[in-house]
Every structure is written in C-alpha cells, then in structure tokens.
Design a protein around this ligand. Structure first.
Ligand SMILES: CC(C)(COP(=O)(O)OP(=O)(O)OC[C@H]1O[C@@H](n2cnc3c(N)ncnc32)[C@H](O)[C@@H]1OP(=O)(O)O)[C@@H](O)C(=O)NCCC(=O)NCCS
Length: 429
C-alpha cells in the first residue's frame, strides 16, 4: 500500500530492504555501518509490517518504525502502545516534509491498530511536539565520586536486618532471574514496557569491539535471599590509574532494578563503595530514585535531569479510561488536536468507585464525548505530557499551556492525573 500525502510515496519495507532502510538511519545519525552482531540482535524484534519508508524511486529516503508494546500506565494497567523508533530522513532529503508525512501516516496506523498511545525517545526535544507528543517522563543521571555514596544509617540498617546475599553472575546466564525482578516492578511503574526475549538480549548486548578502551565486560550483581533474587545491577568498570599511581577507576551502571527498598540499598551500598573506583555513573534513572533518599548526602549524587519518554495520545477516550486516577474527578476537557480530528472536542472524564481506593491501584474512570461546557482546554500534546502522571498539568497551566475555564478545574484534574511513583522508562528503544 502506498500513500502520497507527502513529497514521496510511503510504504512498509520487506526483509530484503532492511539494509537500505537501516542505511537511512546510519546516514541521518552519522553512525557506522551495521555489524553482523547488530543485525542478529535487531532482526528478531524488528516488525517489518510496522515499518514505513518514504521512497525516492527504489531508494528509501525517510524511515519510521514501531514496536508493539504493552505499556505500564498509572494504576497497574497495561495498555497497548506503539514504541516509535527508526525515525530518520536522509541528509539529502531533509526539510521537504518527509518526517511530517511519515508521522501523519504512522499515527493513523497506530490508531487503526487499536493502540491509544504512541511513545518514543526524541533525539532532539523540539521535534515531536508538533505531532502531538508531550514529554511524559523525566530521567535522571548521577555522578558520584569516591566516598559520596555512603547510605544513610537507616537504609544500611534495613539491609542488614534482611540478610540479603550478593552474587556476581554472567548477565546472559541469569536473564530469567532478571526478568522475574523486572516483571515484579513493571505493573507499578508507569512507563515500563513488557520485555520480550529480544529486549533482554538488547539489554545485555556487549560486544567487545563496542567497548571503550579499558572497559570491562558487562557485569551483573544480584541481590537475593532464601526466596530468590530481589534486585540486580548491570554495570561495567574501567580500570584506570593516574600519573601518581593512584587508582582512578570508573563504574557505569547500565540498569539497576530492585523489587523492594532493601535490595536497592544493598546493591547501591556495594557498587558505590567499590575499591579502586573514583567515579560512579548511574544513568537512565527515575527522577524519584529511592537512592536519592537513601544517600547520606543526596547533593553528592549531582543529579542531572532530561526528558525521557514522549507520549502521544491517539485515542483520547480509550487512553483516559485505560488508566487509573489518584483521586476523584468529574471534569469536561476540551481537547485540541490538529492532526487527529477524532480526538478533538469535549470529553467528560468521571472517576468511578469508592474514593477510599481499597486495592491501592487508584480510581477507574469513564470517558465519553459530551456537549456540556468545558472546565478546561488543552492541546493533545499537553494531555500526552501529563498522561503517565509525571508531568503536572498544573505546571503546564502555569506555563500558559492549559486554559482553565472553570476555577479549580486545573488543580483538581492535575491532582487526579499525577501518579506515584513517577513514570520511568529504563531503556531506550
Ligand atoms: C529530524 C528529522 C527526522 C527531520 O526530518 P525532515 O524530513 O527534515 O523534517 P520535515 O521536513 O518533515 O520537517 C517537519 C518539521 O519539523 C521541523 N524539524 C525538523 N527537524 C528538526 C529538528 N532537528 N529540530 C527541530 N525541528 C525540526 C521542521 O522545521 C518542520 O517544522 P514545521 O512543520 O514547523 O515547518 C531529520 O532531520 C533527521 O533524520 N535527523 C537526524 C536523525 C534524527 O534526529 N531522527 C529523529 C530520531 S528520534
């Protein structure tokens, strides 16, 4: 099927066109040609029927793809979502509307598949707002020096009392154990997607030729007790010495996941006190990382925050009814959506059930079209930003991006949509 609503016809690619498709990405990102190892890694999870290529004759000049995700959203709900990736346009074909045509076509496909949400990582933050994506989660990275990683007495004592054991393992050999821990965290943390085997392979992918000089292979540290594994850390180390002969090693944490606070404290306490190490670099962490509250001196984590997952609502009633809410709300929202007119209009969002939230997963809600007067007006971009509960609608209103039409409506909806814990996507796709 082709469609010519842009400068070039768009169609999915077949397996024989994978290299040409990937070449667009390589040129656009200034990357290197794909190795055989990368090809073997990427192909099993690649969904050819979800690719879109803008074709100049027989040559793809613009690309977009998507992964079929089950995404965790507030209230322990899993929602079908498109994980958008592979977005690129050849340098020779930029700024002619190729991206615009790909985005339009892809969003229509996502909705047709019954996915109320699309999510992505943006290479540059200004690109995707115009297509209705809002920044829905934030990521923190930390940089600690030797001695900075002392945990507060409470966190350390907690750990002792629970008799956790630490074990080093080859990451590839313990994937089933890692998956058990991840799956235990998944429902409660908005922004996680259910990981299938190809994603686990990608997480531990660590070819020697891709390591920076002097970097160790990827290591795995497991925290466990009699009932099994309760947390893991994937990390690599650099063995370095300065001119005076002093140790100057570096430890980079690729992923640390714990099913409970004690397991997290045990893993951090070990990693952040490693001998011969002067720099500790945990990346891709949640902004509400328990570590920040377990450290004796959180300032020494030197947190840096940047945009994480971007979310685009493709079906407003399905998305709004597909998650839970923190407190009761009954509000008419006027949604503006220039790209997907089905979303535009007034929607009545009403929570149901008892406000005492007996099962701890928040309040369910219904969402239906209405002719009643709106209490607030919002662009679909801002609704996407707020959707996972991490970007406050109140803050967006303070920035002039949400219009309050009835006093108090923003505060009420903002409180209902906000969620604990903060959304976090630990993996770039
Ligand atoms: C980003 C990229 C896909 C844009 O493709 P393109 O075909 O040149 O984009 P279009 O011509 O369709 O432009 C669409 C709009 O996006 C804007 N835009 C494009 N690239 C942008 C960028 N890097 N930053 C900010 N805005 C950008 C254009 O100005 C245009 O704005 P308008 O609709 O207000 O006129 C392309 O430049 C590219 O491949 N970049 C490198 C790889 C990359 O970053 N990919 C994104 C992965 S998340």
């Amino acid at each position: 099927m082709t469609q010519s609503d842009g400068p070039y016809p768009i169609r999915p690619i077949g397996p024989e066109e994978f290299d040409a498709f990937r070449d667009v990405d390589v040129h656009a990102f200034g990357g290197t040609a794909m190795t055989e190892g990368e090809r073997r890694l990427l192909l099993p999870g690649f969904e050819f029927d979800r690719t879109l290529a803008a074709m100049d004759g027989i040559t793809p000049v613009g690309t977009a793809g998507a992964y079929t995700f089950q995404l965790s959203v507030p209230g322990q709900q899993m929602l079908p979502a498109a994980g958008v990736s592979w977005v690129s346009v050849l340098p020779t074909h930029r700024r002619r509307g190729v991206l615009r045509s790909l985005m339009r076509r892809q969003l229509a496909d996502v909705r047709d598949r019954g996915e109320p949400l699309a999510v992505l990582w943006a290479s540059e933050a200004p690109i995707y707002g115009r297509y209705g994506y809002g920044c829905a989660s934030w990521n923190a990275s930390f940089a600690l020096r030797r001695g900075d990683g002392t945990l507060a007495a409470a966190a350390a004592a907690w750990d002792d009392g629970l008799r956790l054991r630490l074990r080093l393992a080859d990451p590839a050999a313990v994937l089933a154990e890692l998956a058990k821990i991840y799956d235990a965290v998944l429902p409660s943390r908005p922004g996680f997607f259910a990981r299938t085997e190809p994603w686990w392979q990608r997480l531990v992918y660590d070819p020697a030729e891709a390591r920076a000089a002097g970097t160790s292979p990827l290591r795995c540290l497991l925290a466990e007790d009699g009932s099994g594994p309760r947390g893991y850390a994937l990390y690599s180390a650099v063995n370095r010495w300065d001119d005076a002969g002093l140790p100057d090693g570096e430890l980079t944490v690729r992923e640390l996941m714990s099913a409970d606070p004690a397991a997290g404290a045990a893993l951090w306490a070990d990693l952040l006190s490693r001998d011969l190490t002067s720099e500790f670099r945990p990346h891709q962490r949640p902004v509400d990382d328990p570590l920040l509250y377990q450290l004796a001196d959180p300032r020494r984590a030197r947190p840096r925050v940047s945009d994480g997952l971007w979310a685009r609502i493709t079906d407003v009633p399905a998305a709004l009814a597909g998650r839970r809410y923190s407190c009761p709300v009954d509000v008419v929202i006027e949604v503006r959506d220039d790209l997907m007119p089905q979303n535009a209009g007034r929607w009545l969002l009403t929570t149901t059930g008892s406000p005492d939230d007996a099962d701890g997963t928040g309040l369910a809600a219904s969402c239906a079209a209405t002719n009643a007067p709106a209490h607030l007006a919002v662009d679909v971009t801002q609704l996407g930003a707020a959707y996972l509960g991490g970007t406050r609608l109140g803050a967006l209103a303070a920035a002039g991006l949400v219009a309050e039409l009835r006093p108090g409506a923003v505060r009420r909806l903002s409180a209902a949509v906000a969620w604990d814990p903060a959304p976090w996507c630990p993996m770039i796709f």
